[in-house]
Design a protein around this ligand. Structure first.
Ligand code: PRP
Ligand code: URA
Length: 209
């Protein structure tokens, strides 16, 4: 059974408050998304497998541990997930990055796929799906299904702001997936936007509105 982890770290709460502010500029919004993603990544990577190594210091041999084998693949959901990539790569620079393009049809609110490119060895990696917003959960659930079709078994989902509806949807569709959220809001409005949320994450990241 997957777990749902809601962050209570003061730095993350502070930056989420700034992110929500409608007066935050595109530049600052972009920086905040990246910084919060980096802070969240610390916990997401807690259980990465390690191997024993002996390191020769100038004085002697230190028995240490380093990351074992193939590690992570990050998969941002286009577009808004792109804003989280730099932050997580600053912690795990050797990770591979796959991309899944999905948009929500404004009438049906169902996710429509337009792009999918994952590393060939994705089945051997721990996969972390990145998307700032988890609203109805349709996009995240579809992205996780694509990744599972390629053979990946160990999948986590990282969102900045989630609605209870989205968490419930992903837990129901993918009970094996751990969900990491920086904040969980009250509800969705009639257009399936998160309330109070932060508005349209893609538009705020890329300045398209
Ligand atoms: C946003 C967001 C998620 C999705 C969440 O993307 O980045 O992918 O909506 O909504 P859901 O949980 O109800 O599926 P959007 O469709 O606006 O596309 P964009 O990132 O290209 O702006
Ligand atoms: N997508 C967004 O960007 N914001 C929301 O509140 C819901 C979906």
């Amino acid at each position: 059974m997957g777990q749902v982890l809601i962050y209570d770290h003061p730095l993350i709460q502070h930056k989420i408050a700034m992110l929500r502010d409608k007066n935050t500029s595109t530049k600052d919004f972009r920086e905040l998304v990246s910084e919060i993603a980096m802070l969240m990544c610390y916990e997401v990577t807690r259980n990465l497998p390690l191997r024993d190594v002996d390191v020769e210091t100038p004085i002697g041999i230190a028995h240490e541990k380093m990351l074992a084998g193939k590690n992570i693949c990050f998969v941002p959901v286009l577009r808004a997930g792109l804003g989280m990539v730099d932050g997580v790569l600053s912690l795990v620079p050797s990770a591979k990055v796959g991309h899944i393009g999905l948009y929500r049809d404004p009438d049906t609110l169902e996710p429509v796929e337009y792009y999918c490119k994952l590393p060939v060895d994705v089945a051997d990696r721990d996969v972390v799906v990145l998307d700032p917003m988890l609203a109805t959960g349709g996009s995240a659930s579809a992205a996780i299904s694509f990744i599972k079709q390629r053979g990946a078994k160990n999948i986590k989902l990282m969102n900045l702001i989630a609605a209870p509806e989205g968490i419930n949807r992903v837990v129901a569709d993918h009970p094996d997936v751990d969900i990491y959220c920086a904040a969980v809001d009250k509800e969705l409005n009639s257009h399936a936007y998160i309330v109070p949320g932060l508005g349209d994450a893609g538009d705020r990241l890329f300045g398209t509105k």
